[in-house]
Ligand binder design. Sequence first.
Ligand code: FES
Length: 240
Amino acid sequence: MTGGPPEVTLRVRRSEPGVTKQRWESFGVPLADRTTVLDALFWIMRERDRSLAFRCACRAAMCGSCAMVVNGDERLACKTGLAGLATPIRVEPLRSLPVVKDLVVDMDAFFDRYQAVEPVVRTDERLAEPAIISPLDPTRLEIGAGLDCISCGACYSACPMVAADPDYLGPAALLRAFNVLADQRESPGPAPAREAVFGRHGIWRCHGIQECTRVCPKALDPALAIRRLKRRARSGEFGS
Ligand code: FES
C-alpha cells in the first residue's frame, strides 16, 4: 500500500500511421473524483508517452471531436467519467473510419455523407420573409428535437449498417436530411439531395437497429428521424 491516489488501468488501442497492425497498451492513471477519459489521456500524454494521439477541442461536450469507443460503446471522452466504468477501461478509435494514429480517425467519409444530403434548407422563394412558424407546430417540434447534433460520428461508428455498407449515408446525415426536408421553408422542387436520401444507400438501408440512438451523446434519436423519413416517403410527401 503506497498511500498515493487510487489508480485505474486504461488500455489504449494504439497504431502508427501507415501501419495496419494495432496493439493494446496499458497505463495506470490516477483516479480523482471527476477524472474523465479525456483527462486520463492528457495525463498519459504528459506523464508517460507524448506521442499518444487523440482529438479534442471544447472539453465541454460541445464540439464532438473527442468521440471514441470506451468499453465497447461510443462516448465523448470529455463527458465520460472514469469512476463507474468497468476496469480495465478499454479505449479505442471510432469504428468504420480509417485510423490515422491511435485514437484519431479520418472523418472525411462521415462528412462526405453529411454533404451528400445537402444539409441546408433551400428556401422556397415563393415564401414571404421572414417565415413565421409557430414553435408549437408539430413538425417544428420534430425538427427541434434533432437540432443539437454535434457531428461527433458516434452514431456512424455504432451503426452496423455503416459497417456492412460503406456507402450507406448513416444516421447523422439522415437525421440532418429529415431536419432539412421536413422544414416548411424547404423548396418543394427537385433536389439532388433527395436522390441520395431515398436512394440505394439512403433510408431503406436502415434496419431499425437503433444503435445510433443508444449511443448518441446528445440524446438525439436518429433512428426516429429515419422512420419519419420512411413514413413520409411512403406517403409520397417528398415526391420520391
Ligand atoms: S472535446 Fe469537444 S466534445 Fe469533447
